[in-house]
Design a binder for this molecule. Structure first.
Ligand code: ADP
Ligand code: MG
Length: 737
């Protein structure tokens, strides 16, 4: 397995993001490695891919219990063997994990730094093949960092005690020179490879506003997100503001929870969990909230108050859009924020226990950083460039995704999109307004479209990723340039003679498209209805497995599914980010839902041409089974796969048609489960477990205990002749139903 295969097979991605590959290569070459990348850039993958490829297992040191549990859940769900050790484990669980490590059961082991000097752990580590020690959130080793953890200082001693020094890697999002030097020095890294990369987060939209009435602005902003079912964080500088904003949002019909240091541990935990599990989609919080929150589907981060410096701002804002979906980072600024920040800096200077000179140096540093923050808030040019330059990058980027770049939108060539709009106006008969034009182009499934048969137009759905606002604006541009005309009475669009030059491509159209139309056109799936259904299904699967919904599928994946509408395994795997393991676990449920939806809406899906797939439907299988010969039944009970193999071979012999063993097996097991002949459960780790039911014995279904080489026991389910006959009957009946 090479790194690309690991990336594709385990994580479902086709390519590395900026910076990732060099870090992976460095670790694989055995060199100590430091990766500095912004929050959400994808640091985990940089050590997880090598960990999967190297012999033995990797130890990942991570500062927070919630972070570890989250990562391990996500990995387990991807079919990767991972475990964690921290204070949340019982003695027995701890023992299990330790034994598992010694037996080579894991590729990744997450541990809290405090564990490293415990006897049991050391004993295991010394006797196990450890390929890498990875230090996540490595800035915790530095007193200059924001989250100093003294126990991180014990890491190099731990490494020294290992009989063979593993490669050591360290990752952080904090870029300052001082912290980086601490990481390299205190961890005693050996001529490490260092990559400081990709501070740009293209999917984040940055905006600064100075609203006259912040509360009013907040409500209308969050209302929009709420209506779209998006999840987000509102950061405030004080507990009091957290309370009041939370209250205001709730009173305005937007369910919201809160988080700050003044709440009891219990309430904080409960509120955080409600947010992570998408039970409440909006949380207002102080900056105490966030570190260790890996929730990937945070779709907006609003700062109700200006944070004290760019480091804090970028880290907090960066919690949006981890899954790569377009997300918004909006800062509400008022002069008062700066005054309060100054007051706080003064206060902590007065109260500082440090020597006067030292305290003054810190104060001046804080003030300098605050001033940068204030200039960000009043910056008149590209906000993204401002941020990137601050973090030491050249900032030479195409932005068009911040309030500045979009507010004063550059002229862009929109000829191709205008051609689409013109064709649509023409093909639909030149008698509709903007709304209909946009609906057709975006492939909406409305009553009126069905009635008129517009789904069959060649332009139907060709702009499905665009926002209607964008199409409306194109209509306006076309009219303004005399290419279309709008009737007075009903605003109906028709073509003017000038349209033909545009359609032929001899006339180009440039326009400034507004922020709302352009930058904010989040891959608006033309199908919010399907998206909603998919989210409901995902959430119910997550509840069943007791994991956070984004562990099952990220919002970005759901969005993509709603656009691509995969109806079988093959198409499902084509969705970026779907791995074979995920497809095995959830594929059927999701593709069934989509197939049902498409049928209901009369959306035709292009059939997959692969022969095996084309006959997968239950209907066809029922037909093919009608002349089944008795010779397929076995005297002795066999496993279901074995039986399906016989059936598949028999059908092929008799009819020449190829049906995959897997699709037969899926249908058979589904049928048995729904008839209550066997029980199918999914355990908390997402593994499918089938057991015999009280009905099984009557049906000649036997559970046989088998012991694996590893000593682990499991139940092998065998199907006797009676059960085999029932499989065939059930599959035949499927056809009649
Ligand atoms: P960080 O630790 O840097 O804050 P994570 O490791 O949590 O970020 O990754 C953030 C998100 O980016 C995750 O949802 C992850 O699956 C996704 N991701 C990482 N690498 C890639 C990639 N090469 N292609 C697509 N998505 C990726
Ligand atoms: Mg991380």
């Amino acid at each position: 397995m090479n790194k690309y295969e690991a990336l594709k097979n385990f994580f479902g991605y086709d390519s590395f993001r900026q910076g990732q590959e060099s870090l992976v290569d460095s670790i694989l070459s055995g060199r100590d490695t430091v990766g500095v990348m912004p929050t959400g850039a994808g640091k985990s993958l940089c050590y997880q891919v090598p960990a999967l490829m190297m012999e033995g297992f990797s130890i990942v040191i991570s500062p927070l219990i919630s972070l570890m549990q989250d990562q391990v859940r996500a990995l387990t769900d991807l079919g990767i063997n991972a475990a964690y050790i921290n204070s949340s484990l019982t003695q027995a669980q701890l023992y299990d994990v330790i034994t598992g490590c010694s037996n080579g059961a894991y590729k990744l082991l997450y541990v809290a730094p405090e564990r490293l000097d415990s006897e049991v752990f050391l004993d295991m580590a010394v006797h196990s093949p450890i390929s890498m020690v990875c230090v996540d959130e490595a800035h915790c080793i530095s007193q200059w960092g924001q989250d100093f953890r003294p126990s991180y200082l014990g890491i190099p001693d731990f490494i020294d005690r290992l009989p063979r020094r593993p490669v050591v890697s360290a990752f952080t999002a904090t870029a300052t020179e001082r912290v980086r030097n601490d990481i390299k020095g205190l961890l005693r890294l050996v001529s490490p490879f260092e990559a400081v990369t990709g501070f740009d987060r293209k999917n984040l939209y940055f905006e600064v506003r100075t609203p006259a009435d912040k509360d009013h602005d907040l409500i209308s902003l969050v209302k929009q997100y709420h209506e779209d079912g998006r999840s987000g964080i509102v950061y405030c500088s004080t507990r009091k503001n957290v309370e009041s904003t939370c209250d205001i949002l709730n009173r305005n019909g937007i369910p919201c929870t809160r988080y700050h240091a003044g709440l009891s541990d219990e309430e904080r935990r409960a509120n955080q969990e409600a947010f992570i599990y998408d039970r409440v989609r909006v949380i207002t919080a102080t900056n105490a909230f966030g570190m260790g929150i890996d929730k990937s589907n945070v779709s907006f981060v609003i700062h109700y108050n200006m944070p004290k410096d760019m480091e804090s701002y970028y880290q907090e804002a960066g919690r949006a859009g981890r899954d790569g979906s377009p997300s918004d980072c909006i800062l509400m600024y008022s002069g008062k924020d700066a005054a309060i920040a100054r007051y706080l800096i003064d206060k902590s200077f007065e109260e500082s226990p440090l020597e006067r000179e030292e305290a003054l140096r810190i104060k001046n540093n804080d003030l300098r950083r605050l001033n940068v923050m204030v200039s960000y808030c009043s910056h008149a040019e590209c906000l993204r460039r401002f941020i990137l330059r601050y973090f030491g990058e050249s900032g030479d980027v195409e932005c068009s995704n911040c309030s500045c770049c979009c507010g004063d939108a550059p002229l862009t060539d929109v000829t191709v999109d205008c051609q689409k709009v013109l064709s649509c106006i023409f093909r639909s008969g030149q008698c509709y307004g903007k709304k209909m034009i946009s609906d057709i182009l975006r492939g909406a499934a409305t009553e009126k479209i069905r009635e008129k048969g517009f789904e069959s137009l060649s332009v139907y759905g060709i702009m499905k990723d665009e926002k209607d606002k964008y199409i409306y604006e194109l209509c306006d541009v076309l009219t303004a340039q005399g290419i279309t005309a709008v009737s007075e009475e009903y605003p109906v669009y028709s073509l003017m003679p000038a349209a033909s030059a545009v359609l032929k491509g001899s006339r180009h159209i440039k326009a400034r498209i507004s922020a709302a139309g352009r930058a904010r056109r989040r891959a608006a799936s033309a199908d919010p209805e399907l998206r909603k259904k998919l989210i409901e299904l995902r959430d119910s699967v997550a509840r069943r497995l007791d994991v956070a919904p984004y562990i099952v599928f990220s919002d970005a994946l759901i969005e993509e599914m709603s656009v691509k509408k995969p109806v079988n395994r093959k198409q499902f795997l084509e969705v970026q980010g779907i791995t074979p393991a995920k497809a095995d676990r959830y594929g059927d449920e999701f593709t069934d839902l989509i197939a049902g939806y498409c049928t209901e809406k009369g959306i035709k899906k292009v059939p997959v041409r692969k022969r095996e797939e084309s006959v997968k439907s239950a209907e066809v299988i029922g037909e093919l089974l009608s002349d089944t010969k008795d010779s397929i039944y076995t005297e002795k009970p066999v496993q279901i796969t074995e039986f399906c193999r016989r059936v598949s071979a028999e059908i092929k012999d008799r009819t020449g048609t190829l049906i995959s063993v897997n699709s037969l097996r899926t249908l058979a097991l589904d049928a048995f489960t729904s008839e209550g002949c066997i029980q199918t459960e999914i355990d908390t780790e997402g593994h499918i477990k089938r057991t015999i039911s009280p009905r099984s014995a009557d049906l000649d279904i036997i559970g046989e205990e088998v012991t694996k080489d590893s000593g682990e026991k499991f139940i092998n389910i065998l199907y006797g002749k009676k059960a085999q006959k029932m499989v065939i009957d059930l599959l035949k009946n499927k056809q009649k139903r």
